[in-house]
Design a protein around this ligand. Structure first.
Ligand SMILES: [Zn+2]
Length: 239
């Protein structure tokens, strides 16, 4: 789905039992093509196809920004890196870096959960979960940092869902890539999902930071695009 001239939401199906949609974002300018989050393991092909549909050659991909460590956000990173000969820069917050790099066990993906997944998934999907999904983070990002490409991408540190969760604000198009700081349902913004947010108090405080930005569009990884009075909706969430 096209959001602005150079912003596209990729709509991928997360098929792990109950199918649902997930929404990585592609942002680009003449020099950089940035993918924000990489789907679940086994989605390289779908990402490549979605980029073609967006009119951006996969070979132009230059950076991956990970909003956080969860497997549905970093799942196909390794496959992307392999097929591009590790020429892509990987960016994330330093608090989630050790999990993404495999130095600490994922906070929400225990070996037991992987075992259950492997037992319930069809073989052709399960195979993608057998390879390690950890990968090297080349550069860590700080709260408030503005990445000088694609019209300026502001890093907003929004911990709670994970210790190193970040959201991104695209200055030019006034788009907020929320990651999992919020979820959406039918055009309504909801707060962070309680069952998968270990530190709800911090996550709620993080939402307050978002009120400092003039946002026209929110992209929730789970629940998709929200455009109706989003500043007001966010304010209502923190009351
Ligand atoms: Zn997620």
């Amino acid at each position: 789905m096209k959001i602005a001239n150079d912003v596209e939401v990729l709509e991928l199906t997360m098929n792990l039992g109950q199918p649902s949609m997930i929404h990585p974002t592609l942002v680009w300018d003449e020099n950089e093509v940035v993918l924000v989050d990489t789907g679940i393991p086994g989605q390289l092909k779908e990402i490549q196809e979605a980029m073609v549909q967006a009119g951006v050659a996969f070979e132009r991909l230059s950076k991956v920004i990970l909003t956080h460590q969860d497997f549905d956000h970093i799942g196909s990173l390794n496959a992307i890196l392999k097929v591009t000969d590790y020429s892509i820069e990987v960016l994330a917050h330093k608090e989630d870096q050790p999990y993404i790099q495999g130095e600490k066990p994922f906070l929400k993906m225990s070996p037991e959960r992987i075992k259950t997944l492997l037992e319930t998934l069809p073989k052709e999907r399960a195979k993608y979960f057998l390879d390690p999904i950890t990968a090297k983070v080349d550069r860590t990002l700080n709260d408030g940092e503005v990445l000088p490409y694609c019209g300026g991408i502001t890093v907003i540190f929004t911990p709670g869902h994970t210790p190193g969760h970040m959201s991104l604000y695209l200055k030019e198009s006034k788009v907020l890539i929320a990651g999992d700081a919020m979820v959406a349902d039918g055009g309504k913004l909801l707060g962070p999902r309680e069952q998968v947010t270990p530190d709800m108090e911090t996550a709620r405080k993080s939402l307050e930071k978002l009120t400092h930005y003039d946002i026209e569009t929110v992209i929730c990884y789970h629940g998709g695009v929200v455009t109706e009075q989003v500043n007001e909706q966010i304010k209502a969430l923190i009351k």
